[in-house]
Write a protein that binds this ligand. Structure first.
Ligand code: NAI
Ligand code: MN
Ligand code: ZN
Length: 337
């Protein structure tokens, strides 16, 4: 089989590898579609602190089960599945409180262990989530990015009364916008970014008001309209954003951070405690595949609005380069196998 391997930073090779044999409790998935994410590019370029090389990248993938290991029901052969990339131990403190996404022995497919940019991938059977017939292949491959939004919104229980402010109209900002509008029916969702084309995508995903803060002052615009957001999600992830969010937030508001910056954020405690703000962080997803499958079944979100390109896997280098260079036109880029 062919696998897309990052042999070392900046060296991507399509290798011939033996077919994987699923271990006990695992299945082999014949991959049909995979999605390119920022973290794939970061591993390719050597900017992911968790990655070990060589590595088959890819943590967003969909396919069909074509072999099962010991202890797995053969009835699973032929099932259409999307793979949850989060592998957890099930018994550490984090797992016991519903946070397998930060498990003590966390393994993320495509990061710590070979992932889905491959013709076949062996994965734990319980991570291969069955996709109902009514959900198309293209929607199924988009489940993982939407689980990030399910995790973010799961922390804060949005309501129709919320006034939400989303920093960043990249893939992560857009899945969050779709969840807030489509699932939670939030009255007002404001999106801020520096790229007009991305803000236009945010509008297509349901944003009520978009602001380019490259050429306008977000604080001044919100103040002029007397708007104090009650829910703020940082999907742009610059360390300076937290303090701005604290300043702009309504008393009682919730702020969710998604970033992994190692640079310090300078913040003033008075701004947090004085308004009794709640600050959450969100990493990957904690068992959110069933949640997003339900959203798709009910038609509450539309992944098609985020898919801008598809390439055959042989052209993966072109696909990643386009994804990296063209933030104006690119959102989700798919690979077909
Ligand atoms: P992206 O880079 O495609 O999008 C980020 C967007 O933020 C860009 O459109 C950029 O123009 C905008 N931006 C940057 N600085 C800004 C500022 N000061 N104000 C307004 N907009 C600004 O990235 P993507 O894929 O959407 O991911 C967003 C972030 O989320 C990344 O930092 C990534 O590392 C993080 N992430 C976190 C995850 C988690 O589970 N916590 C999962 C996936 C991504
Ligand atoms: Mn992803
Ligand atoms: Zn655990």
């Amino acid at each position: 089989m062919k696998s897309i391997v990052i042999q070392r930073p900046n060296t991507l090779v399509i290798e011939d590898r033996p077919l994987p044999t699923p271990a006990a409790g695992e299945v082999s998935v014949k991959v049909k579609l995979a999605g390119i994410c920022g973290s794939d590019s970061h591993i390719y370029r050597g900017h992911n602190p968790f990655a070990k090389y060589p590595r088959v990248i890819g943590h967003e993938f969909f396919g069909v089960i074509d072999a099962v290991g010991d202890g797995v029901d053969t009835a699973r052969l032929g099932q259409r599945v999307s793979v949850d990339p989060v592998i957890s131990c099930g018994h550490c403190y984090q797992c016991s409180v519903g946070k397998p996404n930060v498990c003590a022995s966390l393994v993320v497919l495509g990061v710590h262990r070979d992932g889905g940019f491959s013709e076949y991938a062996a994965v734990p059977a319980k991570n291969a989530k069955v996709i109902p017939d009514a959900i198309s292949d293209k929607h199924a491959v988009m489940i993982e990015p939407f689980t990030i939004a399910a995790n973010v919104t799961g922390h804060v229980s949005p309501t129709e009364q919320d006034v939400a402010l989303i920093y960043g109209a990249g893939p992560m900002g857009l899945v969050t916008v779709q969840a807030l509008k489509g699932v939670y029916k939030v009255k007002q969702v404001i999106v801020v970014d520096r790229i007009d084309e991305r803000l236009a995508m945010a509008q297509r995903s349901g944003a009520d008001w978009v602001i380019n803060n490259g050429n306008q002052s977000l604080p001044a615009l919100l103040e002029e309209k007397g708007i104090k957001p009650t829910l703020i999600v940082d999907a742009a992830c610059h360390p300076s954003i937290l303090q701005e969010a604290i300043t702009l937030a309504s008393p009682g508001a919730r702020i969710v951070l998604m970033g992994f910056s190692s640079e310090p954020s300078q913040i003033v405690q008075q701004g947090i405690t004085g308004k009794e703000l709640s600050i959450f962080s969100s990493r990957l997803n904690a068992n959110k595949f069933p949640v997003v499958i339900d959203w798709l079944t009910k038609g509450l979100i539309d992944p098609d609005k985020l898919i801008t390109h598809a390439f055959e896997y042989q052209h993966v280098k072109d696909a990643i380069e386009l994804f990296e260079k063209d933030q104006r036109q690119c959102c989700k880029v798919l690979l077909t196998f």
